[in-house]
Design a protein around this ligand. Sequence first.
Ligand code: HEM
Ligand SMILES: Nc1nc2c(ncn2[C@@H]2O[C@H](COP(=O)(O)OP(=O)(O)OP(=O)(O)O)[C@@H](O)[C@H]2O)c(=O)[nH]1
Length: 667
Amino acid sequence: MYGMLYESVQHYIQEEYGMETWAKICQIVDCKHTSFKTHQIYPDKLMPDIAAALSACTGESFDFCMNFFGKCFVRFFSNFGYDKMIRSTGRYFCDFLQSIDNIHLQMRFTYPKMKSPSMQLTNMDDDGAVILYRSGRTGMSKYLIGQMTEVAREFYGLEVSAYVIESQNDICGGTAGPIKLTDGPLTVIVKYRLDFDNRDYMAKRVNIVAHPSQLKMPAVDLNVFLELFPFTIVLNHDMKITLAGEKIIETWILHNPGVNPKAFIGTHVMDAFKCRRPKDTKIEWDTIIKMRTVLFEFELIRTGHNRAAYDAALNIDYENYDGESLNEAQTMAVEKAHEFEKTHEHDEEAAAASKDEIDPATGQRRPSVGLRSILLKGQMFYIKDVDSLIFLCSPLIENLDELHGIGLYLNDLNPHGLSRELVMAGWQHCSKLEMMFEKEEQRSDELEKSLELADSWKRQGDELLYSMIPRPIAERMRMSQEHVCQSFEEVSVIFIEVMNICDSGSNNIQEAMQAVNTLNKVFSALDEEIISPFVYKVETVGMVYMAVSGAPDINPLHAEHACDLALRVTKKVKAHNLPDVAIRVGINSGPVVAGVVGLKVPRYCLFGDTVNTASRMESSCDPWKIQLSNFTALKVREVGYKVEPRGFVKVKGKGDMETYWLLEGPE
Ligand code: HEM
Ligand SMILES: Nc1nc2c(ncn2[C@@H]2O[C@H](COP(=O)(O)OP(=O)(O)OP(=O)(O)O)[C@@H](O)[C@H]2O)c(=O)[nH]1
């Protein structure tokens, strides 16, 4: 489905429910698009998925959300100036309802791959109307209700109550979850009742006063019609072709080589055509006679193509043709046509091309070899004088290539009909549009790239920030801009010092670089062992690496996690076998106050005697040993950690302290 529909949904969800809700919805439906491109096609199922996600986020029903999306579309398409098109469809809401198909048809150059639904007004009365919706998509029936009610309100000042009378293949009612769209072409048919004040329109229809000059109009000779509309066909009550315009007969012969050219007249319309729109319509007199405001699309059935047979058939003397009396050239051409059929009957391409050139699901033509089928678009009119239906139609041709692909030329198209203009206009329009699309694609690709760049810068910025300030603290500060300072009842502080690295202050550059490299190796090894949120790296000062467990995320197992880290890093640095290098670790547990200090290069710092003591545990420790304060040692011994009393140690500023060596973790 084209991105324009998703743009409207994204815009109004962000406006009415906020950016966070939209971000949450994107997460739920795993939508990576930061924005949608108007003319790019996205998966159909994204629409019901977004509706289900919005329903989950807001508690509104799925149908409510789809209805809301339909309203968004109408409000949004005014940005493209489409509101003028709606207003121009007619004075009354019913005029609009009868023009929706045509609106989509007019859009086919702007949205060439559009799979638009078809709408048919089947009944009107003073209190409203009944409309039949057909589509290849499920789950959009409530979307249409949103669109129709919003158009009625916004453009006709009408309050319309719309509801489903009956439906086929549509998941109707308060569907909670996303509608699973089937992968094959499926026709969803939904009949709606629209209740609104329709008296003015009905009065206008009933009191149509014909101009006096129209009262004495002579009956029209059908041949005039067939001359004016050379693709027209006339149908009797059995829906058989009783008369046809010259061009449709020629085209039928061209596309059905070797078939008796007189066979076209008298054949049932569905033996010569396929009804493309409205989908799944029963082509019988009683049905069609009621569908006079509907736009029909008939595709000519082809059995192949052969120019020779066409030429031959053109010269056939219809009156006396009995299938035998062909001259030599015609006989040869028709035989050639039969040969062509035989040699190509297994030819996949020709078969595919002739069988079904219009993709039933998209309503679009498939690329085919050689000639293409012709699509006729028009309305069915009842002509009382001859008690017949006349399909007043013109070929629907996208562009010049298509015209040649069908085997027609511009002067085959009736000069007063719109086809010729449409082809030329379409052709110019297309080339202009293609240029515009390319520019738009370029711009949106650039936008996409700059958004990705901005994203990566933001990520790098965040990583840098989180390397200075713990993520939960940074996010709190970002949300509330408040200064963050917290006290923690009990944490475990770890100090790790790298020993015997020559003083980087020495003036021997070589040694200093060597020292920095070695230190970087060790600190990087320590960084790899920091597992957030159990342990958080606080800082490195000189050769000392400081970490904490139990802040900023409260962690009742802070002492165990601190000891585990100490055991892991001792083992890991030992395994590095760095010449002369050793480390020593000190751990103490207790209360601290933590907060972010400083504006430039803000740091997350810990304050309190617990920190000072932990530092002393490290600075009075032996190489490759882990010294625990008494409090920490007794805590971890209870849960199976092996500790060994070191006895009383004279600790600066603390006097004699009983400390322990940590030997290993629990079994
Ligand atoms: C006025 C300008 C309009 C434009 C440019 C437009 C264009 C489109 C486009 C591009 C699609 C997507 C189809 C696809 O990607 O295959 C679409 C779908 C649809 N349109 Fe329109 N449309 C317009 C007006 C309307 C109106 C007024 C209605 C009904 C009140 C309507 C009913 C629908 C519905 C129900 C769909 C969903 C597709 C489906 O059900 O299969 N459209 N339209
Ligand atoms: N890396 C680091 N070390 C700290 C921090 N707080 C205290 N220390 C160290 O803990 C030790 C004990 O601190 P205090 O009891 O305040 O001792 P001091 O008199 O400030 O410093 P000394 O000269 O080492 O005695 C000192 O070596 C401090 O450097 C800290 O936030 N980070």
